[in-house]
Design a protein around this ligand. Structure first.
Ligand code: FHN
Length: 461
């Protein structure tokens, strides 16, 4: 073991109520909103095919010109109640909202910066309104904070001189003040989501990442912090130099998921985040961004894969410059929500189904709080790749039998064929274009078939 002062806090996953609730939520909404939603990917007539929230950087806009966007942040279409209700209808149980992205603009009237909503025409505390609206709908709130800051004069990417180190120390003091201010102003939030922590300057300050996590948890007991914040004494991120997870859950999966058969990830809590558009988190008004826009079926498939591996999925929305949600994103939320209204039990409060291997046609999930000693157990089969034959082959773990099957949202038992002790076959109902979900009631195998001599030449199909 390498001795570390700023490594992992614990070897086991957290089991306190806040963390258990976060784990059971499984599905969250990410919101990226800031000044970048106004130019929406185009600067002086030039559309840049890169994330809209990077436009200040990618179009080489000066701090002064970027700051001038604040005059256009008029909130004409901003309706946080509609945001929150849309997220709730979608089946999201929490929101993670940008308080300050890389451009340094703050959605709350921070006392430590003059580049905030206080300098916009309305002067309203936009973040406070968002926090209140989501909490009123029963969703938990996590605050995204970018440590990387293109606006602040003391930000440094690397620390090459004493002057850099002094400037960056001042910057970290500023970030600390802002974060403690957020904790004080919005003490009802459930967690903090750090970003912009990959530069050498931050990696050389594992001490600060460790300390700010501690301070936030002191201010908000039970607060949940993502691994992306952390660096250890040697600059290792997410996992410390001894391989232990730092922070409360791993947040390294961005616009990608672990392989569907890789159960190793379920050894710790984790969360993946994904864009709806091709590759932009902020609103990008272009054909480019729309080209890769996800369908509801794709979102549900990613969600099913994530839950089957013990993770949470944060799906991103990019409200427009006036604060309104793009109709295409509301429609997506409603389509996912229609599926969740019927099939949500396979997601909320669910996790990996032990013993049930990745079947190729979809994913298995099981209730998190299931008693392993109970006489029967529930497994959800989420079918995302419907076989053209219309017949679903289900390979059953050794020693387990399937007693009944029903489609979620329907109490009728579905007939199925027992092929042998380890395989059953189900005739699928007509496809709806969305993943089908079946609840399998299982129990220990009682059938003498389980005792049959296995014939290794007969493969299960
Ligand atoms: O650069 C950011 C990006 O704009 C976005 O906020 C994502 C969300 O995870 N994080 C960074 C890239 O990793």
């Amino acid at each position: 073991m390498i001795p570390l002062r700023y490594g992992a806090e614990r070897a086991e996953r957290r089991q306190d109520p806040a963390m258990r609730a976060f784990r059971a939520d499984r599905f969250g909404q990410f919101v990226h909103w800031g000044l970048y939603a106004i130019p929406a990917g185009t600067w002086h007539g030039r559309t840049i095919e890169f994330a809209a929230e990077f436009l200040m950087h990618s179009a080489a806009v000066s701090r002064q010109d970027w700051a001038a966007l604040a005059a256009g942040f008029t909130l004409d279409g901003f309706d946080p109640v509609q945001w929150a209700r849309t997220a709730k209808r979608m089946g999201a149980r929490y929101v993670t909202v940008t308080t300050k992205h890389h451009d340094g603009f703050c959605l709350w009237p921070s006392a430590y910066s003059d580049f905030t909503v206080a300098a916009t025409p309305s002067g309203r505390d936009v973040l406070g309104e968002i926090v209140d609206a989501y909490r009123a709908e029963g969703l938990a709130v996590h605050l995204y904070y970018s440590v990387l800051d293109w606006h602040h004069p003391d930000w440094r990417y690397t620390l090459d001189s004493d002057e850099d180190r002094a400037a960056f120390d001042r910057y970290l003091r500023f970030a600390t003040d802002q974060l403690l201010e957020l904790a004080e102003r919005y003490p009802e939030v459930r967690g903090f989501w750090f970003d912009g922590t990959w530069d050498e300057s931050v990696k050389a300050n594992g001490r600060w990442t460790h300390e700010i996590e501690r301070l936030l948890k002191e201010r908000i007991p039970g607060a949940i912090v993502n691994s992306r914040l952390r660096a250890d004494d040697r600059g290792e991120r997410h996992f410390d130099s001894n391989g232990a997870l730092m922070g409360d859950y791993e947040s390294g999966y961005e616009r990608r998921l672990p392989a569907p058969w890789d159960r190793s990830v379920s050894a710790h809590d984790w969360e993946a985040c994904a864009t709806l558009t091709q590759a932009s988190w902020g609103f990008h008004d272009s054909v480019w961004a729309e080209r890769g826009r996800k369908t509801a079926a794709q979102v549900v498939e990613q969600l099913a894969q994530t839950v089957s591996l013990g993770g949470n999925l944060l799906i991103n929305f990019g409200p427009r410059g006036d604060g309104s949600l793009a109709p295409v994103e509301v429609a997506l939320a409603d389509a996912v929500g229609a599926w969740m209204a019927v099939n949500g039990a396979a997601v909320h409060g669910s996790g990996p189904a032990d013993g049930w291997d990745y079947p190729g046609w979809g994913f298995y999930t099981a209730p998190l709080d299931q008693d392993p000693a109970a006489p029967s157990a529930l497994v959800h089969a989420i079918v995302t790749r419907i076989p053209v034959s219309g017949l679903l082959s289900i390979e059953v773990p050794a020693g387990v039998e399937v007693r009944s099957i029903r489609a979620l949202g329907d109490d009728a038992a579905l007939p199925f064929s027992v092929l042998d002790a380890r395989a059953i076959e189900l005739a699928l109902p007509a496809s709806t274009g969305m993943p089908l979900v079946f609840a399998l009631e299982t129990g220990p195998a009682t059938d003498a078939g389980g005792l049959r001599e296995p014939n290794p030449d007969v493969a299960l199909v």
